[in-house]
Design a protein around this ligand. Sequence first.
Ligand code: PBG
Length: 338
Amino acid sequence: MFPTHRPRRLRTDGVRPLVSETDLSASDLIAPVFVDATTDERVAIESMPGHERVPVAEAVDRVEEALATGVEAVMVFGIPESKDDAGSRAYADDGVVQRAVRDISAETDAYVITDVCLCEYTDHGHCGVLEEHAAEDPTLTVRNDETLDLLRNTATSHAEAGADMVAPSSMTDGMVGAIRQGLDDAGFAEVPIMSYAVKYESAFYGPFRDAADGAPAFGDRRHYQMDPANRREAIREAHLDVEEGADVLMVKPGLPYLDIVRDVREEFDLPVAAYNVSGEYAMLHAAADRGWLDLEETARESLLSMKRAGADLILTYFAEEIAESLSSDRADRENTNP
Ligand code: PBG
């Protein structure tokens, strides 16, 4: 008798769920939200269909909308009322994120994570304080060690406002250690750090830079974000963050870097996060708009692949729609097997 082996036996509707190796659930997902201090009204983000910047007064409503879909955690990004060369609105007590997080943590049950970076807050759009003459000389870049103080102050001010977790994303050497020390000194030893440990200098961040108004005014970020060609360096970056006290390790972007998600998963025991970034979101929307791809199916498959690669949690602009569709799946199953 041929074939001897018939893997298809395990693909019937009845048995597929029993032998499924990977699960996607709403509790794995983190929904990014954008709070904008420059507006009194919601503003649609053109390159990220379905997403908006909301005024501080609507931050709580925005988070309640996410919670209603089954998502339990949000990542808060801020667009400040003004920018300067040191990004001072990033660490102001009455900054946009600080105000929004105070309200969100007082009035909702969301688990609140904040992005800790300076690029949305500096007038030059880089993720830290610049070397003098950086605008004229592309070999000059962000001053690493001076930036650490600002990141430490930013993270501490987020914790003071009520953030449950902070997520530094600036790729400054030593950022996790500096922030850990700042949090501990300020009495926030229990606030975990999710490090954007392995963050590549990626062209897939384009739509986000529209959304958060954080594109560099000149040059690019290749002097501080990682070279997409590098794999061993990812492990080295993650080791440094673990030594400095990171609690969760993130790989970013997600889909084009699934090999790195897998590498980090295999090397470390800490939870691993993958960031399904703005460009990954925009490209599926663009193709779906043309009728070339099914949006929900491709979004789900993308997120499932990140889990399969080893991610425990996923930051994604699809969080709310996928959480909703996962819960309607469950309702369907409950209806068919009473
Ligand atoms: C930095 C930050 C960025 C993203 C998250 N945090 C932008 C960047 O590094 O240029 C990008 C997220 C995305 O593209 O979805 N504050």
